[in-house]
Design a binder for this molecule. Structure first.
Ligand SMILES: Cc1cc2nc3c(=O)[nH]c(=O)nc-3n(C[C@H](O)[C@H](O)[C@H](O)COP(=O)(O)OP(=O)(O)OC[C@H]3O[C@@H](n4cnc5c(N)ncnc54)[C@H](O)[C@@H]3O)c2cc1C
Length: 537
């Protein structure tokens, strides 16, 4: 007998939920191995601290993609959380579950993953500030803030402009309908980030049957025949091994889970043997089907003050700091995206294919020696961003060395299909359509990016290839499916062809959902845990 029943690799969105669920009964011993460290850091807890985590290697894997022809040959920066809570500890905290049709697509091939099943799991998971109803849960472990108070006043103008432009107000994107413009609900509680670690892992860490080991990077899954029996990991440079009685569960996220499978001999056989690795299972789907949302911001100089005027000067920083600490309010207590929406680029579409983000500030001009995106501009600026919901471009994750500490090659292949280019072109035109409505147009001084000179289709396309990038939702790299020739795990998240090994995180999404991916990653943890426990009986 070994010291633990389950080993969970990664304490991110899915791993935190899994750890809580698997340890809840007290019957099972669970060990979580997390490559990063604690989430008890000021800028992790402070909601608007988000910007400070973007390039911080202390909490961030800081991946870079291979040069991407779809982005004019540029490499894209891919932040991923490397700490308790994983990416839910560095993300922008927007809480979106996706469109119900996304889940019906999941369920068509994977029993138990259709909308009705996923809806009841979401409802059990949630504690929605706005109150429970047919679509929303109340009393669950995950508090979701309503985010209706203390918003920047330009949110009202934005929602009014969308209405004038034909996109009506929607009170709850996670309710009956996704389409419309409105405010985003947030994983923020009492003015602090409500990561999966805070909502799930930390309360469970009080249990004696759950052990969380930080700064422990798993480098390989150990097998006995075709059964996973443990892992090897590095902790402070020391090689360690851990074996389990039950199962090994990979929750390292959409980049690391396929990387770890490949390092363990599970993946494209020719690639692995070419690197001198023994092939445990030849499955070319491991690391394949990489899906991600691409986004771009349009930015305007405004005639009226925005958060730039408050967040840039020293006196403004002092003011918002005092406001936060004395009242728990103000811009520091919120995400950068107060509002947003979902729209269709063509009336013929059955459901929205684009997502909007309103930011009542702009970050076009980095300070000398500073990375972009960190400092508000020295003039009143406003940005509206958008990202696609169901891109057809697919990339892949592949190791290029047996060195487990090296980052894998990320080939994003952004905008590599005509479909994705055409719908993004229609979408950026729609942004200008919204900005041209009186509720916003009367307040706009000029368009700064891309600027009025960019008008032709060719120039608009070149602009988004030049300026767009990931909106941080890589998924599907160990995708779920019935057929082992097109997928990696089955509907119970079990790796096809092996025993005792599951992948439970965003890599296991059968398809990318329409919206942000923290909620569905936690859903993976919630429903994945139920599958593990069902098999333990
Ligand atoms: C900058 C940013 C902004 C985002 N904004 C939003 C948003 O506003 N709303 C939203 O819904 N989603 C957002 N997302 C996406 C969302 O947070 C992720 O999709 C989700 O957190 C992924 O969950 P996961 O469990 O798959 O992986 P993660 O949460 O990334 O967890 C993986 C964990 O495994 C650990 N790990 C990896 N490899 C190993 C290893 N070998 N050994 C041990 N541990 C390992 C990692 O350190 C990490 O803690 C954002 C993401 C980022 C990066």
């Amino acid at each position: 007998m070994h010291d633990t029943d389950y080993i969970i690799v990664g304490a991110g969105s899915a791993g935190s939920v899994l750890a809580e669920r698997l340890s809840a009964s007290g019957k099972h011993k669970v060990v979580v191995l997390e490559a990063g460290g604690t989430d008890r850091r000021f800028f992790v807890q402070l909601p608007l601290g988000y910007g400070k985590l973007f390039y911080d290697p202390a909490v961030n894997w800081m991946y870079q993609t291979a040069p991407d022809p779809g982005l004019n040959g540029q490499r894209d920066h891919w932040p991923r959380g490397k700490l308790l809570g994983g990416s839910s500890s560095i993300n922008a905290m927007v809480y979106i579950r996706g469109h119900k049709a996304d889940y019906d697509e999941w369920g068509a091939e994977n029993p138990g993953w259709g909308w009705d099943d996923c809806l009841s799991a979401y409802k059990a998971m949630e504690d929605t500030e706005a109150g429970g109803d047919a679509y929303r849960g109340k009393g669950g472990p995950l508090f979701v803030s309503e985010n209706r108070k203390g918003l920047h006043w330009l949110v009202e103008n934005y929602i009014a402009a969308c209405g004038q432009g034909g996109l009506p107000y929607n009170r709850d994107f996670n309710g009956a309908e996704q389409e419309g413009a409105g405010t985003y609900q947030m994983t923020i509680k009492n003015a602090r980030r409500n990561s999966a670690a805070r909502a799930f892992l930390r309360p469970a860490m009080k249990r004696s049957n759950l052990q969380v080991i930080t700064r422990a990077q798993v480098t390989r899954v150990l097998f006995d025949g075709k059964r996973a029996v443990g892992v090897e990991y590095l902790r402070d440079g020391v090689a360690c091994a851990l074996r389990c009685n039950g199962e090994v569960i990979l929750s390292g996220g959409a980049i690391n889970s396929p990387q770890l499978l490949q390092l363990s001999g599970v993946g494209p056989g020719a690639l692995l043997s070419g690197l001198g690795l023994a092939v445990m299972l030849d499955n070319p789907n491991v690391g394949d089907h990489l899906s991600d949302h691409q986004g771009i911001n349009y930015t305007w100089r405004m005639k009226v003050p925005t958060y730039n005027d408050l967040l840039r000067p020293w006196w403004g920083k002092l003011f918002v700091g005092a406001q936060y600490f004395l009242t728990g309010g103000g811009p520091l207590a919120k995400s950068i995206n107060h509002a947003g929406g979902f729209f269709r680029t063509s009336a013929d579409l059955a459901r929205p294919n684009m997502q909007l983000y309103l930011q009542a500030f702009s970050t076009l001009l980095p300070k000398a020696g500073e990375r972009p995106l960190l400092t508000p501009d020295p003039f009143p600026g406003l940005s509206i961003g958008l990202s696609n919901c169901r891109p057809t471009s697919r990339g892949h994750i592949r190791i290029h060395t047996p060195d487990a500490l090296a980052h894998p090659t990320i080939t994003a292949n952004a905008f590599s299909t005509d479909h994705d280019v055409a719908e993004m072109l229609a979408a950026v035109k729609y942004l200008r359509h919204i900005a041209a409505q009186p509720a916003l147009a009367d307040l706009i001084a000029e368009e700064l990016r891309p600027g009025p000179a960019v008008q032709s289709d060719a120039d608009l396309i070149d602009d988004f290839r030049q300026r767009s990038g990931t909106v941080y939702h890589p998924s599907c790299t160990a995708r779920m499916g019935r057929d082992a020739t097109t997928s990696v795990v089955d509907a119970g998240c079990r790796v096809h062809g092996l025993q005792g090994l599951r992948v439970i995180d965003a890599s296991a999404f059968p398809n990318l959902i329409a919206g942000n991916t923290n909620a569905p990653s936690m859903l993976m943890g919630w429903k994945g845990a139920a599958a593990v426990l069902a098999d333990a009986r």
